[in-house]
Design a binder for this molecule. Sequence first.
Ligand SMILES: N[C@@H](CCC(=O)N[C@@H](CSC=O)C(=O)NCC(=O)O)C(=O)O
Length: 279
Amino acid sequence: MMRQVERIKEFGGWLERWQHESETCHCTMTFSVYLPPQAATQKLPVVFWLSGLTCTDDNVRVKAGAQRYCAELGLILVMPDTSPRGGDVPDVPERYDLGQGAGFYVNATQAPWSTHYQMYDYVTRELPALVEASFPVIPGRRAISGHSMGGHGALICALKNPGMYASVSAFAPICNPVVSSWGQGCFGAYLGDDKNAWEAWDATCLIKVGAPLPSALIDHGTADEFLAEQLFPQNLQAACTARGIPLTLRMQDGYDHSYHFIATFIGEHLAFHARAMAS
Ligand SMILES: N[C@@H](CCC(=O)N[C@@H](CSC=O)C(=O)NCC(=O)O)C(=O)O
C-alpha cells in the first residue's frame, strides 16, 4: 500500500512524494515522482534517476531542474532514495560513504547489511513494478540515469538487465568501483572480502566480460574533485573500446561534481532518453 505524503504543482504537472513498505528492503521506502502535464491524459515513458552519496529523493528534485524538461518532453521522472532508512536499519553515522545514504545499488550479502540493503532489487524490480501499477507509464518504456554513486547504479542496472532500459546516462559515475575507495568501502562491507564477487557490481568489469550496453551518454567534469580518485572514466572507456561498444563519454571543461554540473546538462540527458524511448 502506497501513501502520498506530498503533492506540489510544477510546470503544469505534479511533483509527488510517496512512501510504502518495501518487501525488498524490509523498511519504509520513500520516492518522488514527477508527473508532467501530459500524464493527465496519456501514458508516458519513464526515466529512473539514481542519486549519489548522502542524497535522499529530495536532492535531484530541488537542484537539477529536471522537471521543466520532463514537462516539455512528456517524461515521467522517478526519484528513489539512495538506501534503506530507519532506526532498525544499520548505519555508520560518522561515515557519509557507508550505510544510510550510501546503498550503492547492490544487493548486500553480508550481515548486518543484507536484511535491508537490497537496493539493486529495489530499483530494478520492486520500484518499477510499483510505478507501472500506480502511474500512467507505458509498460516497458523506461530509461535510467544517475549521478556519481547513482551513475554507477544506472550503469550496472542497464548492464545487468539487457532490454530493460532503452537508454542509460550518467553524470560523473563511479565507473570502476572495485578500484575506487568509495566502492571498496561499500563493497567490502556489503559484499564481503571476496573481490571476485564485487565484479558483478562494477560497470567496467561487466563490460569486460561482455555485458551489452544500451545507448549510453556519460558526462564528467574536468574540474570534478573526485575525478582522479574515485570515478575512473578512462577505465570504462578502455573496456568499451576493447569490446567495440559505442559509448558517448564527454569531458565537460571546468565543471565540478555538483548539481550545478548536473543542472547544466540534464536537459540534454533527458532529450537523449526521450529520443531513445521514442524509437
Ligand atoms: N564530501 C561530500 C561527499 C558527498 C557528495 O559529494 N555527495 C554528492 C554525490 S557524491 C557520489 O555519490 C551529492 O550528490 N551530494 C548531495 C548534493 O546535494 O550535492 C560530503 O561531505 O558530504
